[in-house]
Design a protein around this ligand. Structure first.
Ligand SMILES: Cc1cc2nc3c(=O)[nH]c(=O)nc-3n(C[C@H](O)[C@H](O)[C@H](O)COP(=O)(O)O)c2cc1C
Length: 219
């Protein structure tokens, strides 16, 4: 049966921890699809949606994945692990065409469609850091999945501890794909991780210009 808990986002943000250990209890397929769909609804520059996801379900594949994730047990314990990737060549192959095809019947102006067919290749070809461009998109989609899972009452663990080339080989990814991060999903086993705290806003948030703190009531 599907998990029915839907927490408010503020509560989910306050309660979320990077889950140290999972029970392995399965996430119903419909819930997993809802979590994945949330990520696919994330925003992206020009709506190019360069993200790609491999959901690693089966115990055998999760065991193999664990071996290329520095033996992190949660890869094997979680109900599913979403491997978030991006395609550096997506816009060049079919994504640009597909974005325009999808947009036109939904109100995209014809002149915009004609213009982006020229301007996007120019923008991408001259982009100073395509890997950074890809990362920012993949992470926003993965983060959207994380919050959807959390408000639905699941526990999550984002992960960067993996060997990208070995993960790519295991998952048979095309050469233009990059592995950006993993998201383990499931139900927490045992105690949650301690809350490590967060830096004060005055160290991090500025008003109008760097160095002028934006006052927060909590400080
Ligand atoms: C992008 C990213 C990658 C992470 N990679 C790992 C990881 O590989 N293994 C791990 O145990 N925790 C990983 N973490 C969890 C962080 O250690 C954790 O978020 C941080 O210590 C703050 O704890 P909290 O999320 O429980 O507040 C990662 C978190 C993020 C956001």
């Amino acid at each position: 049966m599907a998990n029915v808990i839907e927490k408010g986002l503020s509560q989910a943000i306050a309660e979320r921890r990077a889950t140290p250990s999972f029970t392995g209890e399965l996430i119903p397929e419909e819930d997993l699809k809802k979590i994945l769909q949330a990520g696919l609804n994330a925003p992206s520059g020009y709506n190019l949606q360069p993200w790609r996801f491999v959901v690693v379900h089966t115990p055998e594949q999760r065991k193999r994945l664990r071996a290329v994730c520095f033996n992190q047990a949660k890869v094997e314990e979680a109900s599913a692990v979403v491997v978030a990737c991006g395609d550096l060549e997506g816009w060049r192959s079919t994504d640009l065409e597909e974005m325009v095809r999808l947009g036109l019947p939904n109100g995209m102006p014809e002149n915009y469609a004609a213009a982006v067919k020229k301007s996007i290749p120019q923008f991408m070809e001259n982009h100073p850091n395509q890997e950074a461009w890809l990362n920012r998109h993949v992470m926003i989609a993965l983060t959207t999945m994380m919050w959807m899972a959390e408000v639905m009452g699941y526990d999550t663990a984002p992960m960067e501890g993996f060997e990208p080339d070995k993960v790519a080989e295991l998952l048979k990814l095309p050469a233009s794909y990059r592995v950006v991060a993993l998201l383990a999903l499931g139900h927490r086993k045992g105690a949650d991780k301690y809350f490590g705290g967060r830096f004060k806003p005055s160290r991090l948030v500025f008003d109008d210009e760097f160095g002028k703190p934006l006052p927060f009531e909590s400080e």
